[in-house]
Design a protein around this ligand. Structure first.
Ligand code: ADP
Ligand code: MG
Length: 255
């Protein structure tokens, strides 16, 4: 059975998609079977592994509310052990359709259960909100990875996310774990970055990943080439940092 991890933060632009895609690719590169689930209607994770809108036939929407089996929505990628379920704008509709149904928070969990045995890890890229889609991701997940930027007010956002995780744990998913907090676009030269990191570490002991993701141009370029960074520029600092994160991530989940 796969370990299911949601990459979540209600704030946009903090590095969720970059992390979901490149963590998934880097874990897959060490020969684990990984399924990347794009759960944001923007579809950025899909296009980051080569599935632009015009190339998507079936998407996560079809598996969620349609009559289509999850396994039929899964597509291969350039990395042989990495697979993806793409997303399109249709997913906005799913959010509305689910609201009226019983069990509305468990649709993704039920869909993933049907394919979980085929993978070592399932990594879900969440949208920038704490709405019905993120709720579905948190109900389906064993763990949550929280990418954040080291800036003012980051702690407030983290508080809201942690309390959501606690509510989901109490109401639906007792096994849900805050797996780790990841600093993205991290600049070690600024005092603010060090201060914010220090504060988060003292509020959430043992949760911050040792690996820090630096700001790296290659990370922002690779999506437009439809490739995870390690297929775009294996030697760049971005590739190295996500490979290191993958190692730390796998060690943590095995512990
Ligand atoms: N470490 C990084 N270095 C440089 N650019 C980054 C890095 N991480 C993310 N970006 C860029 O920042 C923007 C927001 O990142 P993204 O992963 O899409 O955030 P989110 O999914 O949280 O909205 C994107 O343009 C992305 O390419
Ligand atoms: Mg995103």
């Amino acid at each position: 059975m796969a370990r299911i991890v949601a990459v979540a933060n209600q704030k946009g632009g903090v590095g969720k998609t970059t992390t979901a895609v490149n963590l998934a690719a880097s874990v897959a590169a060490s020969e684990h079977r990984v399924l990347l689930v794009d759960f944001d209607p923007q579809g950025n994770a899909s296009s980051s592994v080569g599935y632009t809108k015009d190339r998507i036939e079936l998407s996560i929407y079809d598996a969620l509310v349609g009559e289509v089996a999850m396994k039929d929505c899964i597509r291969p990628t350039e990395i042989t052990t990495l697979f993806v379920v793409p997303a399109t704008m249709d997913l906005v509709g799913a959010e509305l359709e689910l609201i009226g149904s019983d069990d509305r928070e468990s649709y993704l969990k039920n869909a993933l259960t049907t394919v979980s045995d085929e993978y070592d890890y399932i990594i879900i890229d969440c949208p920038p909100s704490l709405g019905m889609l993120t709720l579905n991701a948190l109900v389906a997940a064993d763990g949550v990875v929280v990418p954040m930027q080291a800036e003012y007010f980051a702690l407030e956002g983290l508080g809201a996310l942690v309390s959501t995780i606690e509510k989901v744990r109490d109401a639906y998913n007792p096994g849900l774990d805050l797996e780790g907090i990841l600093f993205c676009m991290y600049d070690p030269r600024t005092n603010l970055a060090g201060q914010v990191k220090g504060e988060v570490e003292s509020h959430m002991p043992n949760k911050v990943y040792d690996t820090l993701i630096p700001r790296n141009v290659r990370l922002s370029e690779s999506p437009s080439h439809g490739k995870p960074v390690l297929l775009y520029d294996f030697r760049c600092a971005g590739s190295k940092s996500y490979l290191k994160l993958a190692q730390e991530f796998v060690e943590r989940t095995a512990a």
